[in-house]
Ligand binder design. Structure first.
Ligand code: MGD
Ligand code: MGD
Ligand code: MO
Length: 782
């Protein structure tokens, strides 16, 4: 029996019992997995002689649908392998070779903290606070000992250049509020009240992997209501393998065209909810268009082709999406004649060059059919969540006004002072006063691995005259860590005290998890909070940073502040001794927009009109004022827009296959990549359809290279009909490992970002990392 199976709890019962008994003799501490999958799972760390020797997870309650055990997945349970990994950063280090070369020398903590303090001071004094950038880092989601500590420190120094948006949801977060005034979504449990569940690019079996989260909730909802379930995705995902009735494969980036073909059928057959559209929406037809809108700029005219002479028929949709006409017509009939329908989208469809259009287009289906604000419906967003306003370590106020889209940090290094609102989405100021000169990266691998076009990013980072100083604080010697000037080794969960709360994927359960130090760090690691305190001390800011509390003091303070809002929680001492706390019923109404549906005048949306804006005047204004590169489109209506590196682009003659990096089982982004258990169980493959493989002479398990003008990656081919023809896919997050081969740089790590583009999407200026063209060929023999 492999260690993997043991971790999953598949051991024969007597053996399991023996292990449980042995575990009883050990000391255990509650800790948690706080990686960014959206859940936070409790872990029990069993220790002996100062070492963690076993990891278990939640056993505090009897399992059910609600409440349920917050059971960690295999990744969370691999904590022991992380703790004792050979890749651990053990000591503070400074760069000795060229930046990016990965040559470091051990230094003392004293030297490390002094150097970082000096560089912070120098950067702020020489270039101003806008020159100091906090990098997007999602890997450490705890409440005291993570990025909040860095923010607190940097705010005490006068602040830093901020970012908006995320690598997760840049496009939908910019676009959805244009339609709905926010991003409302019903709880997953509402799927149990639907007759039909239609999901676009949504793979909760993988992306919501905790036993405590939405994938389990979805399973419970499907068992309860037995709705017909349809998933639209280029890949036959593990979610589809589960309790799903129909898989509709689609070309990436074309969902909006599918929606238009369905809309055409809905309108033609009288399946639209005209009363709903008139009362609650702006711009469905000419009756409800705002005054500023030109004639025939309504949605109905667009779909029927009255505006541009091109009716958006299922035949047109079929040509664009690759879905047969009959499937589209049947899908429209199903959607038009069933109630209630719960529509959802994952975030794969929006991580595309036209993702803003796609995400709003998908929302048109619930809107056209009136499946909004009623039991068993949602809004077309990802399934919703319980929000639990817990108190994190207060980060203070950042006086710097300037804010860049998080994806444009490489631009802010190379041409920061040129950036403005109408070209680059800069907010808060007219212009930046300086390019980025120093970066703090703590708990992230976005310096190289998770950003785009790694080969181009590598060149930008290697030039030390541009970004002069990079601090990386992590647990592992990651690809991003190689670009550090100073490396700060952080503790991992069981090595320090902290607090965690439910994330964005926990569904209807809010939770608070104690993280208690189980062991001393094996080497010289220090917790982030303490690192920041040390730097604050060098800067004469220690008192302001600590306010007289130590790390545990802040944990208690955060917990007690949270308890003021939820007095049913036990006091801190009891909590700390007892373990994880679950809270249900925090979200009062599981149905999104039910109040608006009940009374739209009393409960208007936060759009300018207070209604659902199918036609958005705000977007019409932006479209008029922003300067966009050729091919980029922003429009008042959610329309299908063909973009760069999609079918139809001239580049397809050279690189015929669409490609993207899906979020796979084997990692959370780049975290866990270096763990042998997980690599053995979930080896990385490029998925390719047998038709595309055959024409390239590729057989299953062949070593292949995937390439375009930006780079070349090498990995193993999985030839499978589970991906549609014309598309290939690589799980994102593998560690970027470029080597020279036959005079070419080949990333033998297999990182998708060696192939992705730095070109942002039009409205959000977000990462369109799922939009690229490539070709695949058998690797030359070694
Ligand atoms: N195991 C695991 N879980 C994770 C993560 C992880 O790395 N690993 N990451 C976490 C984080 S931070 C996030 S933001 C979420 C990410 O969650 P998502 O962004 O939803 O995940 P993706 O795999 O990118 O996309 C979801 C699905 O969309 C499909 N897809 C891609 N492009 C298109 C398209 O154009 N149209 C359609 N219809 N489908 C498309 C993909 O095949 C995939 O099955 O997951 C979280 N959970
Ligand atoms: N091509 C492509 N690129 C993508 C995506 C995609 O779908 N396709 N997805 C994007 C998305 S949705 C996201 S959210 C980003 C994620 O990008 P990142 O936020 O960079 O996430 P990770 O790669 O998981 O990196 C987390 C880092 O935190 C470190 N870490 C873990 N625990 C601790 C700790 O306790 N202390 C410290 N100091 N460090 C710790 C880990 O070792 C790891 O290096 O990637 C984005 N990049
Ligand atoms: Mo994400």
């Amino acid at each position: 029996m492999s260690a993997m199976a043991a971790a999953a709890g598949f051991l024969p019962t007597p053996l399991m019992a023996a292990i449980e008994k042995a575990a009883d003799d050990m000391v255990f501490s509650w800790t948690a997995c706080v990686i960014n999958c959206g859940h936070r799972c409790p872990l029990r760390a069993y220790t002996k002689n100062g070492r963690v020797i076993r990891i278990e997870t939640d056993n505090t309650i009897k399992d059910g649908c609600s409440p349920r055990q917050l059971r960690a997945c295999l990744k969370g349970r691999s904590m022991r392998q992380r703790l004792y990994s050979g890749d651990r950063l053990k000591y503070p280090m400074k760069r000795v070779g060229e930046r990016g070369e990965g040559k470091f020398e051990r230094i003392s903590w004293d030297e490390a903290l002094k150097t970082v303090a000096q560089k912070l001071k120098y950067t702020v004094e020489t270039y101003g606070n806008e020159a100091l950038y906090w990098q997007y880092c999602s890997g450490q989601q705890s409440m005291v000992n993570g990025r909040v500590a860095w923010w607190r420190l940097m705010n005490l120094m006068g602040g830093y250049l901020k970012y908006y948006g995320s690598y997760s949801t840049a496009q939908i977060s910019a676009a959805f509020p244009m339609t709905y005034g926010g991003s409302p979504a019903s709880d997953t449990s509402e799927i149990g009240n639907a007759k039909l569940y239609v999901a676009f690019g949504n793979n909760p079996s993988v992306t919501r992997g905790s036993g405590g989260g939405k994938s389990y909730q979805l399973r419970c909802a499907l068992d309860k209501g037995e709705p017909k379930t349809i998933v639209i995705d280029p890949i036959h995902t593990d979610t589809v393998v589960g309790k799903v009735d129909q898989w509709i494969p689609i070309r990436p980036g074309t969902d909006a065209a599918l929606v238009e073909g369905i809309a055409y059928e809905l309108i033609r057959n009288g399946w639209t909810d005209e009363a709903f559209l008139e009362k609650y929406c702006v711009g469905y037809d000419e009756k409800t268009l705002p005054k500023s809108a030109p004639p025939k700029s309504d949605y109905k005219s667009y779909i029927l082709g009255d505006a541009d002479g091109e009716p958006k028929t299922p035949e047109r949709a079929s040509r664009i999406t690759g879905i047969p006409v009959e499937t589209i017509v049947e899908l429209a009939r199903e959607i038009g004649t069933t109630k209630p329908v719960f529509f959802a989208q994952g975030w794969g469809p929006q991580r595309q060059a036209n993702g803003e259009q796609t995400s709003r287009a998908i929302a048109m289906l619930p809107i056209l059919t009136g499946n909004v604000g009623l039991p068993g419906t949602s809004t077309g967003q990802h399934e919703g969540n319980t929000s639990f306003p817990v108190q994190y370590l207060p980060s203070g106020k950042n006086p710097v006004k300037a804010t860049i889209p998080c994806f444009l940090w490489t631009d802010a290094i190379t041409r920061g002072a040129e950036m403005d609102a109408i070209h680059d989405g800069l907010k808060g100021v007219e212009k930046l006063t300086t390019p980025i000169k120093m970066i703090v990266n703590s708990g992230g691998n976005t310096m190289i691995n998770q950003h785009a076009d790694s080969n181009a990013t590598d060149k930008i980072l290697r030039d030390t005259s541009k970004c002069e100083f990079i601090v990386v604080c992590d647990n592992m010697m990651t690809p991003s860590a190689r670009y550090a000037d100073i490396l700060l080794p952080d503790t991992l969960g069981p090595e320090t005290d902290d607090l965690a709360s439910a994330g964005g994927s926990n569904g209807d359960v809010a939770s608070l998890l104690p993280m208690k130090k189980a062991v001393e760090p094996a080497w010289e690691q220090r917790p982030t909070w303490d690192i920041c305190r040390g730097i604050a001390k060098e800067l004469g800011l220690e008192e302001a940073f600590t306010e007289g509390r130590d790390q545990l003091g802040w944990i208690e303070w955060c917990y007690e502040e949270t308890r003021k809002k939820y007095p049913t929680l036990p006091d801190f001492k009891t909590f700390w001794a007892q373990g994880p706390q679950q809270v249900y019923g925090v979200r009062k109404n599981m149905v999104a927009l039910s109040e608006f549906r009940e009374d739209p005048v009393k409960n208007p949306l936060k759009t300018p009109s207070g209604k659902i804006e199918i036609y958005s005047e705000r977007l019409a204004d932006i479209a008029k004022t922003w300067v966009l590169p050729k091919g980029d489109v922003i429009s008042a209506l959610p329309k299908f827009v063909p973009t760069w590196e999609m079918p139809g682009d001239d580049l397809q003659r050279k690189y015929p296959l669409q490609c993207y990096g899906y979020h796979g089982h084997g990692r959370i982004h780049s975290t866990f990549h270096n763990l042998p258990w997980l690599r053995e169980h979930f080896p990385d493959h490029v998925l390719i359809n047998p038709i595309d493989a055959k024409s390239r002479g590729i057989a299953n398990d062949d070593v292949v290279q995937v390439f375009n003008d930006r780079g070349r990656v090498q990995l193993i081919a999985k030839v499978t009909p589970r991906i549609m023809p014309g598309v290939c896919s690589i799980p994102q997050g593998a560690w970027y490992t470029p080597v020279e081969k036959d005079g070419k740089s080949v990333d033998v790590g297999g990182n998708i970002n060696t192939l992705t583009s730095l070109r942002p999407s039009p409205l959000a200026k977000g990462n369109a990392q799922h939009t690229i063209l490539v070709d695949v060929a058998k690797a030359p023999r070694a």
